[in-house]
Every structure is written in C-alpha cells, then in structure tokens.
Design a protein around this ligand. Structure first.
Ligand code: 5CA
Length: 437
C-alpha cells in the first residue's frame, strides 16, 4: 500500500476526550472514528488489525473442533421470553420494533438463538457433542461506554456454544475452550491469566475470566506471581486427549478479581501476591441446562429417555482485544504491534520522494517485498523525514526500512526494529533477505 493513496488520517495532537493510552493511540493512528457514544467506524488501518485478530481467533476455534457459523444481529423478543431473559436483561438491551410492531432486539449475546437452532435440528444423543461459534457484532447499551472500543456499546464478539450429553462431556468442552483461549491469547502476543469468576445463578464452579494485566484495566486483580511466567500450551496440544492436567496447572495458583478475592488467602501468599489491574478479554461459562430446559431443547438418550443437553458459552472480545493489545504493547512514541496482528509487517520510508534514483530503489524494494508476500506500507509522500518517522512509530509496524540519499551512495539502507529500536545498516539484498526470510 502506498501511503500517498492510503486512507490513514493520523493526528499529531492528542484528542482531549481519550482517557487511556489505547484510545488515544487508536484515534491518533487513524484506526477508528467515533460515530456516537460507544459506537465506532473502523478505518482501514484499524480494520486490518481487527481482521488479523479475528483470523487467529478463528484458527484456534477451528483447531479445537468448534464449527463456525453466523447468526443474525437482530433477534425476536419472543425467544428471550422463553428463557426469561427478556425482562431480566433490563435497559442494557436495545429493543426495537419492526413495521408490524413485532418486538425485536439487537442481540447482546446468542444463547437463546443457538438453543432455538439446536432444538429445531438435533434429536439424538448421537448428535452430541456439538461445538459451534460465530463472530458477530453485539449491542449492549452500557451505562458508561468508555475507553473507546474497550467498553463500547456496539462491539465484535466471538461467542461459542457447547452442547453435551452430561456433565463430564460439558467439562471436556469447557476444557477445550480453556486451552484454546490460552493459545489464542499467546498468539496475539498477550499474557492472559484465567481467573475463577462468578458462575451466576446456576451454580457449579465453572466460569473463568481471562484477564490481561494493565494499569488502566477496569478490574482489580490479585494473583500469584508465578502465573505471570507460565508457558501456554503449544500448537501440538491434543484436543482429543486429557486436557484436565493443563487446566489444573493453570488454576492451581491463586488468581481472583476483586469480587472473588479472599484477603486472607492473598495475605498468605506474602511476596508472591501480585496486586494490579486488568482487562477482561474473554469469559467462559458452564451453565448446564439453564437454557435447554426452559426452551425445551432435548435429545433422546441411548436408553430412550429424554435428555436436556448440558451447555456452556464462551466469549472473546474481538474488538476489545485491539485496545487490549495496545495497552500491553506501546511506548511514548506509539503502538508496537506484535507481528501476528500488525496491519503491515514493514513500513518503507523514502527520505527524498523527489529523487528519481532513490525512488527507483524504493519502488523495487516495494515490489520485491510484496512479491514475497510481505505486507508493506510504502511512505512515498513528499513530507519531511521527521514527519514520516513520527508517523511510522505511531502506527507501530514491526519493521521500518529507511532509504535515504546518503546511505544509498554507500549501497545501504537502514532497517529499524520498532520494538527494540535497534537500527542496522544493510545492503538492499540483505535487508530483503531478512524481511522475507
Ligand atoms: N454469552 C457470554 C459468553 S459468549 C457473554 O456474553 N460473555 S461476556 O458478557 O463476558 O462477553 C464476552 C466478552 O466480550 C468479554 O469477555 C469482553 O471481552 C467482551 N465484551 C463484553 N462487553 C463488552 C463491551 N461493552 N465492549 C467491548 N467488549 C465487550
């Protein structure tokens, strides 16, 4: 992509309305634009990152055997009356009526919808287990939308749903998700800590929030220091094998948000206790027959008796993750994207756009990098070097390849690593080899 043609409205000034660093940087880097409170448009740079995150989430859901589908944003109110949540949900739910005065709502989540789909099609214990997910926009009319896309009203969520014949099966599904979440967040460059969470009115001990640590997080966090250095499971994890040991290892150490924190237990940890703040990027729930029973979604068991499937639901805040990653990865100059989600891998900077020989070299580098499958943003604008450097640091691409008249005379270009700041002078060939290798 040529910077001169790209829609990338970066800002020099810090927008006054943004309270936290990720919101400031997302606005300054031209990633999003507010439409109304808690509702945002995603501009090309922001959208690229959002889709990269979505892709990783999809790959990890697919890997555990969860099947992707897509449910609508608008749902009929009657479905929610069946579960009893239509009245219970309160003012957070955006209620709409259509031209026939039928009551509808913009979905804040999809438990009722998936249960309705399930009961319409599945009849036998042989149909179980089933794991299904979609990635769809949600709407929650939050009392206080804030921090940009971190607590939005409209936001993109991955929500998965499991159906199992019994508790043991539900626990297996839960463990698969638990492990897949550890892998997903690690691939996004994040250190996420699972914390036991309120399991809600149904009881049982299975609900976990996945939290990344950040001073600006909305949640107070207390955990054992060793959780911060645990190694997430590798790509070779066997989802059909026994995942309980992995889950046990991650849940053995003390970790709690403030609502479940036990000060006595915290004190007992002594120096090992970390007290900080965090951002909830995922939340998984086991809730048994909470929806299958009232909605009469059942299958016939092996013995002919009717069984209400045991269910769970599993959310990831896909759009929130964009802000979460920035909170975790930035410095005074701007964003530092982990390579896995960077909107482009390389920023190619021409220091003299009106120099023919220099432009020719840049064009060649641009073409060669692209031909090798490397995403490049080529700053070909006729702008001062300082402006280009500041802009490139702000948008945080992993590599900057700088082509200037002086270096070119000596046959070299400069390669800068955004994260560490190291600069290297390399021949064109070595620079290309390094970026495409
Ligand atoms: N039905 C369940 C699981 S699918 C559910 O809705 N869970 S949730 O309420 O915890 O939401 C899942 C994830 O969505 C959260 O962990 C959070 O990362 C994200 N999320 C929730 N509310 C917002 C919001 N207002 N703005 C941005 N992301 C949000």
């Amino acid at each position: 992509m040529r910077r001169s043609q790209y829609f990338l409205p970066t800002l020099k000034e810090t927008p006054a309305e943004a309270q936290i660093v990720s919101h400031r940087l997302m606005l300054r880097a031209g990633m999003v634009r507010q439409s109304s409170a808690g509702i945002y448009s995603w501009l090309p740079l922001g959208f690229r990152v959002l889709m990269k995150i979505q892709r990783i989430v999809e790959e990890e859901q697919d890997a555990l055997g969860c099947q992707q589908m897509l449910m609508p944003t608008i749902q009929p109110a009657d479905l929610w009356r069946e579960s009893g949540r239509y009245d219970a949900y309160g003012p957070e739910m955006l209620r709409i009526s259509d031209r026939h005065k039928r009551e509808m709502l913009y979905g804040p989540t999809n438990e009722e919808q998936i249960t309705d789909i399930f009961r319409a099609s599945l009849r036998s214990y042989k149909d179980l287990p089933k794991l299904l997910y979609h990635i769809q926009w949600k709407f929650r009319d939050e009392v206080r939308p804030r921090f940009g896309i971190m607590r939005g009203r409209e936001f993109l969520m991955k929500d998965a749903y499991s159906f199992d014949l019994d508790y043991a099966g539900a626990k297996r599904s839960y463990n698969k998700m638990f492990v897949a979440y550890l892998r997903t967040f690690a691939r996004l460059g994040l250190r996420a800590i699972p914390m036991r969470a309120e399991s809600g009115p149904i009881g049982g001990d299975m609900s976990h929030e996945f939290i990344i640590l950040a001073d600006t997080g909305e949640t107070a966090v207390f955990c054992h220091r060793d959780l911060l250095s645990m190694q997430p499971p590798g790509a070779d994890v066997d989802y059909e094998g026994d995942l309980q040991p992995i889950v046990d290892r991650w849940t053995a150490l003390y970790a709690a948000t403030d609502d479940l924190h036990d000060p006595e237990k915290g004190k007992a940890l002594g120096d090992a206790l970390v007290t900080t703040r965090g951002i909830e990027i995922g939340h998984i729930f086991y809730f048994g027959t909470k929806y299958s029973k009232p909605m009469n979604a059942k299958v016939t068991g092996a013995d002919g008796a009717e069984v209400f499937p045991e269910m769970g639901s599993y959310g990831i805040g896909v759009s929130r993750l964009v802000g979460g990653i920035i909170e975790a990865c930035h410095d005074d100059n701007g964003i530092i994207w982990p390579a896995s989600v960077a909107p482009f891998q390389v920023g190619l900077i021409s220091l003299k756009a009106d120099d023919k020989a220099l432009s020719d070299v840049c064009e060649r580098l641009y073409r060669d990098l692209q031909a090798n499958g490397v995403d490049v943003l080529y700053d070909d604008r006729d702008e001062r070097a300082g402006v280009k450097f500041a802009d490139m640091d702000l948008i945080g691409l992993p590599w900057q390849l700088v082509v200037g008249p002086r270096g070119l005379k000596a046959g070299v270009v400069e390669l800068k690593n955004r994260a560490g700041g190291e600069r290297q002078e390399l021949s064109l060939e070595s620079a290309l080899a390094k970026l495409t290798g």
